[in-house]
Write a protein that binds this ligand. Structure first.
Ligand code: BGC
Length: 767
């Protein structure tokens, strides 16, 4: 080989290796496609410069750009190999269907999609879910770290914390051999009784999107795929597989779909999981509007759509509407995307190009997220470190709802504390269903229920034991099952801390009432002891008929596998509470758009409509504002042990973009975190501007301050949050006009406000 030839090879190889952003290494434009790329690569191989390159599998070359790798691999695949990619299995035995899990799938896990050793395509190993690596029921659950519920993470209003949690659970997934985490729950909290609210990001699209996107980015930083789910409008569990929600295009895009749109734009999840329910009569997983039009065409989504487990109902309509992969067979009635799809492609009912697109989307997500280049491998997990991540997440999420006479943090002088109820001597509650994590730190209790769903799983992380380690008081526990006996003990204690729980689970909606006489217990305790604190472990909002009678209320959500310690540290003031409600707590069911939950209690297979046109896009606080309802606790509410002062609040529009700034100072005597919330209202009124409600959360920031410390904060406002969706023009439009911009401590408490004039803007929908 001459010197000249050598030089040419070096240039070609360095072009092949030139770093170019997130998708790894990209070829220069001149050699980016097809043959030229192949020649450059083979030249590298023949020169011995890149030992790991496989000439027979050019798509394995990380130096090629993703689209080229996908295309070259697709060209090498047979039709059967493509079909294998679009059909997923449940990865646990399902004796009721006479089904044995695929041999290569991981035990007691959610899903398995076969790969190809001929082509080097890794199998997809899928596990639930958003709060940790879950296990399907069975004798050997894998023991992992559980984060607090997703709603708790949303209550932190802290995308950095959400990212850290996502990164941690993604790491555990990876080291458990999973390359797909079925996470990213973002169904808008439109129905406070939804049994799965604990898996989602709350009622506001901006907050939910920022939190869930951060979590997805954290998960995918481990070179695995995260889903975002359940697309879309799967906002109640009662008859989730048979009901049809009714909503117009515009309202959907300005509420539930907006949460997905923003989160997808911020985090590029590898897959979108379509939902169980029907939307405007059509199953989500065969809705051309949802899948093809909104997701893939309007938003330009490049990943793949997988069905929820049992949410595929057809072959030709589903495939042609945009479903790319059937999941979890045998949950569906039929293996629609197996032989039936092959036949439909052969007969031309599903174009061959569509099958190519399905496979290409899956492969592309696998390439983008590193499934080929960084294959997962089981390994040791840093459980001690991860327990700290979970504890920090729980501490950032707790919301101090009420604190009369500064009862909290507990004074060092408190001599006796009575702890009542919810097995607080043993552990903390978790939410149920497919997301159930079995913690490595141990399960304190499986509380069997007489009938129906369950058991309730309590993680071994006792608030009582943790409290005992932090405060010198004498601490007694009473189960609270005998109200009179508990009240007798309460009378003689300095402080009473009653733990109240609302167990919620996938598959079952709640009533928002605390069950099993917990309300009566709290009233009885508060009657005899004015220093009664209620710690709530709930999936979402609950009604509190006793709220005026107790001194303090701390919402701890489902706080995860280090939750007991986190609760104790907040109670004693080692941690200053900084969570804010990601959901409005109503005073009564009558304040909801649907005081009666449609279909509840569930009748098997009942088919009915749920009318979301009642509130349209006015979900949560927006509905409350529109109807002038006074909630029990507003969206965004949360107290601190510190005080914060604000000054110099200003808003400006520069180059059509709204931004705000202000100064904040911690004037309290302990370190604390303040959540700045910015709301915007059109001054001419919601109706005139096309807004669904008087105001919208338009920006937020959590600021951490030492005592006496101040900070200058600035926020740039996401333009789509100020816009309305124009269905005729298929674009987002900000109407010209005057807008009120407020700095607030919650959706109802304004600290400072100002007026800005915003020019008209049209923001194209496609990207
Ligand atoms: C749930 C999904 C979950 C899947 C696999 C379904 O029942 O709705 O969220 O990912 O099961 O376990």
């Amino acid at each position: 080989m001459s010197d000249g030839q050598n030089r040419t090879i070096r240039v070609a190889c360095s072009a092949v290796r030139a770093p170019a952003g997130r998708e790894g290494f990209k070829l220069s434009r001149t050699i980016a496609s097809g043959l030229a790329a192949l020649v450059a690569m083979l030249t590298c191989v023949s020169s011995g410069a890149a030992e790991q390159l496989q000439p027979d599998k050019p798509w394995m070359n990380p130096a090629l750009d993703t689209d080229s790798r996908t295309r070259v691999l697709l060209e090498a695949m047979t039709r059967d190999e493509k079909l294998a990619l679009v059909f997923g299995y449940f990865s646990s035995d399902a004796p009721w269907k006479n089904f044995k899990k695929p041999a290569a799938g991981l035990e007691q896990s959610a899903g398995y999609v076969g790969g190809s050793s001929r082509l080097g395509i890794p199998a997809l190993m899928e596990t639930d879910a958003g709060t940790g690596v879950a296990s399907q029921p069975g004798p050997n659950p894998r023991l992992r770290t559980a984060l607090p519920s997703n709603l708790a993470t949303a209550a932190s209003w802290d995308p950095d914390l959400a990212y850290a949690g996502g990164r941690m659970i993604g790491n555990e997934a990876r080291l458990s051999g999973f390359n797909v985490l079925l996470a990213g729950g973002i169904n808008l909290l439109r129905e406070p009784r939804n049994g799965r609210n604990f898996e989602y990001g709350g009622e506001d699209p901006l907050l939910a999107a920022n939190i869930v996107a951060a979590q997805i980015r954290g998960i995918q930083s481990n070179h695995i795929i995260s889903t975002i789910k359940h697309y879309a409008l799967n906002d109640q569990e009662t008859n989730r597989t048979t009901l049809s929600v009714h909503i117009d295009d515009r309202s959907a895009r300005m509420s539930d779909l907006l949460a997905f749109e923003l989160a997808i734009a911020q985090s590029s999840p590898g897959a979108v999981m379509c939902a169980y329910n029907r939307v405007n009569e059509v199953y989500s997983c065969e809705s051309r509007w949802l899948l093809d039009e909104v997701l893939k065409s309007d938003w330009g989504y490049k990943g793949f759509v997988m069905s929820d487990w049992g949410a595929t109902h057809s072959t030709i309509p589903a495939a042609n509407a945009g479903l790319d992969q059937q999941s979890g067979y045998p949950f569906d009635a039929s293996p629609y995307f197996a032989d039936a799809l092959k036949e439909a492609v052969e007969d031309g009912y599903v174009p061959a190009a569509r099958l190519d697109d399905m496979a290409a989307r899956i492969l592309r997500s696998m390439f983008v997220n590193g499934l080929f280049d960084e294959p997962v491998k089981a390994g040791d997990i840093d459980f001690a470190g991860h327990a700290e991540v979970s504890r920090a997440a729980a501490e950032g999420a707790m919301v101090l709802l009420k604190n009369d006479h500064h009862l909290l943090p507990l004074a060092k002088s408190v001599r006796s504390i009575l702890i009542v109820g919810s097995h607080a001597d043993a552990g903390v509650l978790s939410g149920g269903g497919s997301s159930q994590v079995y913690p490595v730190s141990g399960t304190a209790l499986l509380e069997r229920r007489p009938k129906g769903a369950g058991p309730r799983v309590y993680f071994r992380s006792s608030p009582m034991q943790a409290l005992a380690a932090h405060i010198p008081a004498r601490i007694t526990y009473d189960a609270g099952t005998d109200i009179k006996a508990a009240a007798k003990l309460a009378r003689h204690s300095d402080v009473v801390i009653v733990f109240a729980r609302q167990w919620t689970t996938e598959g079952l909606d709640s009533t928002m009432h605390l069950d099993e006489e917990q309300d009566a217990l709290i009233v009885a305790l508060a009657r005899v002891n004015a220093k009664t604190v209620v710690v709530l472990e709930t999936g979402g909002p609950v009604l509190m008929p006793w709220v005026d009678k107790v001194a303090a209320v701390l919402e701890a959500w489902y706080p995860g596998s280090s939750g007991g310690e986190a609760i104790a540290r907040v109670l004693v003031g080692e941690v200053n509470p900084s969570g804010r409600l990601p959901v409005t707590f109503p005073r009564s069911l009558e304040q909801l758009p649907r005081p009666h939950l449609d279909g509840f209690p569930e009748q098997h297979n009942a088919r009915f409509s749920v009318d979301y046109t009642i509130e349209g896009a006015a979900v949560g606080y927006k509905w409350f504002d529109r109807r002038h309802f006074e909630p029990l606790f507003p969206f965004g509410h949360g107290l601190s042990y510190s005080k914060f002062d604000f000054s110099n609040f200003a808003a400006e529009v520069d180059d059509k973009r709204l931004s705000v700034r202000f100064a904040v100072k911690n004037t309290g005597d302990r370190a604390g975190k303040y959540v700045a919330q910015v709301y915007v209202s059109p001054i001419g009124g919601a109706a005139a501007s096309g807004w669904e409600a008087p105001k919208r959360l338009s920006g937020f920031k959590k600021v951490s301050l030492q005592p006496g410390e101040g900070a200058d904060v600035s926020l740039s406002i996401e333009p789509r949050i100020l816009a309305v969706y124009d269905d005729a023009g298929k674009s987002w439009v900000i109407e010209e006009g005057d807008y009120d911009v407020s700095l607030s401590t919650d959706a109802r408490t304004v600290v400072s406000h100002t007026k800005v004039h915003i020019p008209r803007q049209i923001i194209p929908i496609s990207r």
